[in-house]
Design a protein around this ligand. Structure first.
Ligand code: GUN
Length: 294
Protein backbone atom coordinates (compact mmCIF):
# COMPACT_ATOMS: atom_id res chain seq x y z
CA UNK A 1 0.00 0.00 0.00
CA UNK A 2 1.48 3.37 -1.03
CA UNK A 3 2.04 5.94 1.68
CA UNK A 4 1.06 9.54 0.93
CA UNK A 5 3.67 12.03 2.15
CA UNK A 6 1.95 14.85 4.05
CA UNK A 7 3.87 18.05 3.21
CA UNK A 8 1.51 20.21 5.26
CA UNK A 9 2.29 18.23 8.42
CA UNK A 10 6.07 18.28 7.89
CA UNK A 11 5.98 22.01 7.09
CA UNK A 12 4.04 22.62 10.32
CA UNK A 13 6.79 20.96 12.39
CA UNK A 14 9.42 23.13 10.66
CA UNK A 15 7.41 26.28 11.42
CA UNK A 16 7.00 25.14 15.03
CA UNK A 17 10.80 24.73 15.40
CA UNK A 18 11.31 28.18 13.87
CA UNK A 19 9.17 29.85 16.55
CA UNK A 20 11.88 29.31 19.19
CA UNK A 21 14.52 30.82 16.92
CA UNK A 22 12.28 33.81 16.12
CA UNK A 23 11.76 34.37 19.86
CA UNK A 24 15.52 34.40 20.47
CA UNK A 25 15.89 37.08 17.78
CA UNK A 26 12.93 39.09 19.08
CA UNK A 27 14.25 38.98 22.65
CA UNK A 28 17.35 40.73 21.27
CA UNK A 29 15.25 43.35 19.50
CA UNK A 30 15.32 41.85 15.99
CA UNK A 31 12.12 40.85 14.16
CA UNK A 32 12.92 38.90 10.97
CA UNK A 33 11.55 40.73 7.92
CA UNK A 34 10.77 39.40 4.44
CA UNK A 35 9.74 41.38 1.36
CA UNK A 36 8.09 39.83 -1.68
CA UNK A 37 8.26 41.55 -5.06
CA UNK A 38 5.59 40.59 -7.58
CA UNK A 39 5.91 41.81 -11.16
CA UNK A 40 3.30 39.65 -12.83
CA UNK A 41 -0.44 39.28 -13.26
CA UNK A 42 -0.26 35.49 -13.22
CA UNK A 43 -2.96 34.36 -10.75
CA UNK A 44 -0.82 31.44 -9.48
CA UNK A 45 2.11 33.79 -8.72
CA UNK A 46 -0.25 36.14 -6.85
CA UNK A 47 -1.51 33.22 -4.76
CA UNK A 48 2.02 32.05 -3.93
CA UNK A 49 3.06 35.55 -2.84
CA UNK A 50 0.01 36.02 -0.63
CA UNK A 51 0.65 32.64 1.04
CA UNK A 52 4.26 33.69 1.77
CA UNK A 53 2.97 36.93 3.31
CA UNK A 54 0.50 35.00 5.46
CA UNK A 55 3.21 32.58 6.65
CA UNK A 56 5.30 35.55 7.88
CA UNK A 57 2.35 37.05 9.73
CA UNK A 58 1.49 33.72 11.39
CA UNK A 59 5.08 33.38 12.64
CA UNK A 60 5.17 36.96 13.96
CA UNK A 61 7.66 38.08 11.32
CA UNK A 62 7.49 41.37 9.39
CA UNK A 63 6.24 41.11 5.81
CA UNK A 64 6.32 43.74 3.07
CA UNK A 65 4.31 43.14 -0.09
CA UNK A 66 5.60 45.04 -3.16
CA UNK A 67 3.73 44.91 -6.47
CA UNK A 68 5.24 46.39 -9.64
CA UNK A 69 3.33 46.92 -12.86
CA UNK A 70 4.57 44.17 -15.24
CA UNK A 71 4.91 46.71 -18.07
CA UNK A 72 7.34 48.88 -16.06
CA UNK A 73 10.92 49.26 -17.31
CA UNK A 74 13.69 47.21 -15.63
CA UNK A 75 14.97 50.37 -13.88
CA UNK A 76 11.83 50.54 -11.74
CA UNK A 77 12.43 47.01 -10.48
CA UNK A 78 16.14 47.72 -9.93
CA UNK A 79 15.45 50.83 -7.87
CA UNK A 80 13.02 48.78 -5.71
CA UNK A 81 15.79 46.22 -5.15
CA UNK A 82 18.29 48.98 -4.25
CA UNK A 83 15.84 50.27 -1.63
CA UNK A 84 15.37 46.78 -0.18
CA UNK A 85 19.14 46.24 -0.10
CA UNK A 86 19.58 49.31 2.11
CA UNK A 87 16.54 48.71 4.38
CA UNK A 88 17.92 47.11 7.56
CA UNK A 89 14.43 45.97 8.67
CA UNK A 90 14.26 43.66 5.63
CA UNK A 91 16.57 40.68 6.13
CA UNK A 92 15.48 38.77 3.06
CA UNK A 93 13.50 39.31 -0.09
CA UNK A 94 12.56 37.59 -3.31
CA UNK A 95 11.29 38.46 -6.75
CA UNK A 96 8.54 35.99 -7.60
CA UNK A 97 9.37 34.10 -10.81
CA UNK A 98 8.51 34.10 -13.65
CA UNK A 99 9.08 37.76 -14.45
CA UNK A 100 8.18 39.57 -17.71
CA UNK A 101 10.43 38.72 -20.66
CA UNK A 102 11.78 42.30 -20.99
CA UNK A 103 13.55 41.94 -17.61
CA UNK A 104 16.97 40.24 -17.94
CA UNK A 105 16.95 37.63 -15.15
CA UNK A 106 20.72 37.49 -14.71
CA UNK A 107 20.99 41.27 -14.31
CA UNK A 108 18.17 41.30 -11.79
CA UNK A 109 19.82 38.52 -9.74
CA UNK A 110 23.13 40.42 -9.62
CA UNK A 111 21.24 43.42 -8.15
CA UNK A 112 20.10 41.46 -5.10
CA UNK A 113 22.38 41.77 -2.05
CA UNK A 114 23.51 38.11 -1.71
CA UNK A 115 23.07 38.20 2.08
CA UNK A 116 19.37 39.06 1.55
CA UNK A 117 18.89 36.51 -1.25
CA UNK A 118 16.72 34.06 0.67
CA UNK A 119 15.85 32.23 -2.57
CA UNK A 120 19.53 31.37 -3.02
CA UNK A 121 19.43 32.42 -6.70
CA UNK A 122 22.22 35.06 -6.74
CA UNK A 123 25.28 33.74 -8.65
CA UNK A 124 27.40 34.09 -5.47
CA UNK A 125 24.97 31.86 -3.55
CA UNK A 126 24.75 29.41 -6.46
CA UNK A 127 28.57 29.22 -6.43
CA UNK A 128 28.66 28.61 -2.68
CA UNK A 129 26.11 25.82 -3.07
CA UNK A 130 27.89 24.10 -5.97
CA UNK A 131 31.25 24.31 -4.20
CA UNK A 132 29.80 22.62 -1.13
CA UNK A 133 29.33 25.54 1.32
CA UNK A 134 25.75 26.66 0.85
CA UNK A 135 24.71 29.93 2.52
CA UNK A 136 20.97 29.73 1.77
CA UNK A 137 19.75 26.45 0.32
CA UNK A 138 17.12 27.10 -2.39
CA UNK A 139 13.72 26.57 -0.81
CA UNK A 140 12.16 23.82 -2.93
CA UNK A 141 15.29 21.59 -3.07
CA UNK A 142 15.87 22.03 0.68
CA UNK A 143 12.20 21.27 1.35
CA UNK A 144 12.49 18.05 -0.66
CA UNK A 145 15.51 16.96 1.40
CA UNK A 146 13.52 17.64 4.59
CA UNK A 147 10.52 15.68 3.26
CA UNK A 148 12.69 12.63 2.52
CA UNK A 149 14.28 12.90 5.96
CA UNK A 150 10.84 13.09 7.59
CA UNK A 151 9.89 9.68 6.21
CA UNK A 152 13.33 8.18 6.96
CA UNK A 153 14.29 7.76 3.31
CA UNK A 154 18.08 7.58 3.19
CA UNK A 155 19.65 9.27 0.13
CA UNK A 156 23.21 8.01 0.61
CA UNK A 157 24.18 5.62 -2.18
CA UNK A 158 20.72 5.76 -3.76
CA UNK A 159 19.99 6.27 -7.45
CA UNK A 160 18.02 9.50 -7.64
CA UNK A 161 16.58 10.63 -10.97
CA UNK A 162 15.63 14.31 -11.19
CA UNK A 163 13.44 15.12 -14.19
CA UNK A 164 13.81 18.86 -14.83
CA UNK A 165 16.81 21.19 -15.14
CA UNK A 166 15.54 24.57 -13.97
CA UNK A 167 17.71 26.99 -12.00
CA UNK A 168 14.99 27.06 -9.32
CA UNK A 169 14.63 23.31 -8.70
CA UNK A 170 16.40 20.75 -10.91
CA UNK A 171 19.97 22.11 -10.94
CA UNK A 172 20.26 23.15 -7.27
CA UNK A 173 18.50 19.97 -6.14
CA UNK A 174 20.90 17.76 -8.08
CA UNK A 175 23.82 19.61 -6.47
CA UNK A 176 22.43 19.28 -2.94
CA UNK A 177 21.75 15.56 -3.34
CA UNK A 178 25.31 15.03 -4.65
CA UNK A 179 27.04 16.69 -1.72
CA UNK A 180 29.08 14.84 0.85
CA UNK A 181 26.62 15.67 3.60
CA UNK A 182 23.64 14.25 5.45
CA UNK A 183 20.68 14.02 3.02
CA UNK A 184 23.21 13.93 0.16
CA UNK A 185 25.71 11.30 -1.07
CA UNK A 186 23.31 10.14 -3.79
CA UNK A 187 24.08 9.09 -7.36
CA UNK A 188 22.12 11.72 -9.26
CA UNK A 189 20.91 11.59 -12.87
CA UNK A 190 19.39 14.77 -14.27
CA UNK A 191 16.91 14.21 -17.11
CA UNK A 192 14.62 16.66 -18.88
CA UNK A 193 11.98 17.00 -21.57
CA UNK A 194 14.53 16.26 -24.36
CA UNK A 195 16.13 13.21 -22.74
CA UNK A 196 16.24 10.18 -25.05
CA UNK A 197 14.82 6.90 -23.72
CA UNK A 198 13.51 8.62 -20.60
CA UNK A 199 11.55 5.61 -19.23
CA UNK A 200 14.76 3.53 -19.27
CA UNK A 201 16.36 6.11 -17.01
CA UNK A 202 13.41 6.78 -14.71
CA UNK A 203 13.00 3.03 -14.10
CA UNK A 204 16.50 3.02 -12.58
CA UNK A 205 15.39 5.39 -9.82
CA UNK A 206 15.13 4.51 -6.14
CA UNK A 207 13.84 8.07 -5.74
CA UNK A 208 12.20 9.91 -8.65
CA UNK A 209 11.79 13.68 -8.45
CA UNK A 210 9.66 15.31 -11.15
CA UNK A 211 10.16 19.05 -11.69
CA UNK A 212 9.66 19.46 -15.42
CA UNK A 213 6.49 21.60 -15.44
CA UNK A 214 4.51 19.34 -17.79
CA UNK A 215 1.19 17.95 -16.51
CA UNK A 216 1.36 14.20 -15.74
CA UNK A 217 4.58 13.78 -17.75
CA UNK A 218 5.63 10.76 -15.67
CA UNK A 219 3.29 7.79 -15.37
CA UNK A 220 3.41 4.46 -13.57
CA UNK A 221 4.81 2.59 -16.58
CA UNK A 222 8.00 4.69 -16.24
CA UNK A 223 8.61 3.64 -12.65
CA UNK A 224 9.98 0.64 -10.82
CA UNK A 225 8.22 -1.04 -7.94
CA UNK A 226 8.81 0.57 -4.51
CA UNK A 227 10.18 3.85 -5.82
CA UNK A 228 9.74 7.02 -3.73
CA UNK A 229 8.10 9.72 -5.88
CA UNK A 230 8.42 13.45 -5.19
CA UNK A 231 6.20 15.58 -7.46
CA UNK A 232 7.20 19.25 -7.66
CA UNK A 233 4.79 20.16 -10.47
CA UNK A 234 1.76 22.36 -9.90
CA UNK A 235 -0.09 22.62 -13.20
CA UNK A 236 -3.52 24.13 -13.81
CA UNK A 237 -5.55 21.94 -16.17
CA UNK A 238 -8.89 23.28 -17.42
CA UNK A 239 -12.01 21.37 -16.40
CA UNK A 240 -15.77 21.83 -15.87
CA UNK A 241 -15.55 22.71 -12.17
CA UNK A 242 -16.67 26.09 -10.75
CA UNK A 243 -13.04 27.24 -10.64
CA UNK A 244 -12.57 26.19 -14.25
CA UNK A 245 -9.41 24.21 -13.54
CA UNK A 246 -7.87 21.52 -11.36
CA UNK A 247 -4.32 21.18 -10.13
CA UNK A 248 -2.24 18.23 -11.31
CA UNK A 249 1.40 17.41 -10.77
CA UNK A 250 4.12 16.36 -13.21
CA UNK A 251 3.30 12.78 -12.21
CA UNK A 252 0.12 10.85 -13.05
CA UNK A 253 -0.86 10.18 -9.46
CA UNK A 254 -3.05 7.06 -9.80
CA UNK A 255 -0.76 4.95 -11.98
CA UNK A 256 2.36 6.10 -10.09
CA UNK A 257 0.72 5.20 -6.76
CA UNK A 258 0.37 1.60 -7.93
CA UNK A 259 4.15 1.33 -8.21
CA UNK A 260 5.42 3.67 -5.52
CA UNK A 261 6.26 2.95 -1.89
CA UNK A 262 5.61 6.62 -1.06
CA UNK A 263 4.44 9.63 -3.08
CA UNK A 264 3.73 13.34 -2.56
CA UNK A 265 0.26 14.62 -3.45
CA UNK A 266 -0.44 17.80 -5.46
CA UNK A 267 -1.40 20.01 -3.74
CA UNK A 268 -0.19 19.36 -0.20
CA UNK A 269 3.22 17.80 -0.91
CA UNK A 270 6.21 19.90 -1.92
CA UNK A 271 4.44 23.32 -2.04
CA UNK A 272 4.05 23.82 1.73
CA UNK A 273 7.69 22.75 2.21
CA UNK A 274 8.95 25.45 -0.20
CA UNK A 275 7.19 28.08 1.89
CA UNK A 276 8.45 26.65 5.20
CA UNK A 277 12.05 26.70 3.96
CA UNK A 278 11.63 30.32 2.83
CA UNK A 279 10.71 31.19 6.41
CA UNK A 280 13.73 29.16 7.57
CA UNK A 281 16.08 31.11 5.26
CA UNK A 282 14.61 34.45 6.34
CA UNK A 283 15.20 33.62 10.01
CA UNK A 284 18.75 32.54 9.13
CA UNK A 285 19.25 35.83 7.21
CA UNK A 286 18.09 37.84 10.24
CA UNK A 287 20.53 35.92 12.46
CA UNK A 288 23.44 36.47 10.04
CA UNK A 289 22.76 40.19 9.62
CA UNK A 290 22.29 40.89 13.33
CA UNK A 291 25.12 38.61 14.54
CA UNK A 292 22.71 36.88 16.90
CA UNK A 293 23.35 33.12 16.92
CA UNK A 294 20.19 31.00 16.93
N1 GUN B 1 8.59 30.68 -8.68
C1 GUN B 1 8.43 29.35 -8.48
N2 GUN B 1 9.15 28.93 -7.42
C2 GUN B 1 9.79 30.03 -6.95
C3 GUN B 1 10.70 30.24 -5.86
O1 GUN B 1 11.08 29.32 -5.13
N3 GUN B 1 11.14 31.53 -5.71
C4 GUN B 1 10.76 32.54 -6.52
N4 GUN B 1 11.26 33.77 -6.30
N5 GUN B 1 9.92 32.38 -7.53
C5 GUN B 1 9.44 31.12 -7.74
Amino acid sequence: MVSIIDGNAVAATIREDLKDKINILKDSGVTPGLATVLMSEDPASRTYVSMKQRDCEELGMNAVDIVIDPTSPPEELYSTLDTLNSNSDIHGYLVQMPIPSHIPVQELLFRIDPIKDVDGFHPENVGLLVSGNPRYKPCTPHGIQKLLESIDVETSGKDIVVVGRSNIVGKPLANLLLQKSPNGNATVTVCHSRTNNLPEKTREADILIAAVGIPEFIDGSMLSKNVVVIDVGVNRVEDDSDKGYRLVGDVEFDSASEKAKAITPVPGGVGPMTRAMLMYNTVQAASLQSNIPI
